[in-house]
Design a protein around this ligand. Sequence first.
Ligand SMILES: [Zn+2]
Length: 110
Amino acid sequence: MTTIKASCPSCGEVELTNADITLMVCSHAPLSYYAFSCPTCTDEVRKHADDHVISLLMSGGVRPTVWDVPAEALETHSGTTISYDDLLDFALLLADTDLLAAKAMAPVAH
Ligand SMILES: [Zn+2]
C-alpha cells in the first residue's frame, strides 16, 4: 500500500494511505480539492487540488470523484444582499398579489 504524505495545519506532516484521502475533481478546476481526517488530531483537512496534485494522488491510488458545480454558483452578483426587511416587503407584496388574484377570479356582477 502506498504511503502518502500530507500536512495538517495543526500537526504538520502526517502519513496516510490512498484509502484515507477523498479526491473531488470539479468541472470548474479551482474548486477541486482533496480531504482527509488527520490521523493525529482527527480534524478534517481540506485543500485545493490543482492538476499536479490530482495527478500525484491518482498515481498513489486515490480514486477521484468527479463533480459538477451548479452554473448558478459561478454567477457574479452585484448590488447589496437582501435583508430581512426586503423579505418582509416581498411577503407583503405577495399578499397584495393574492388579493388581486382573488378579485380577478371573483364573478363579475352585472
Ligand atoms: Zn492534525
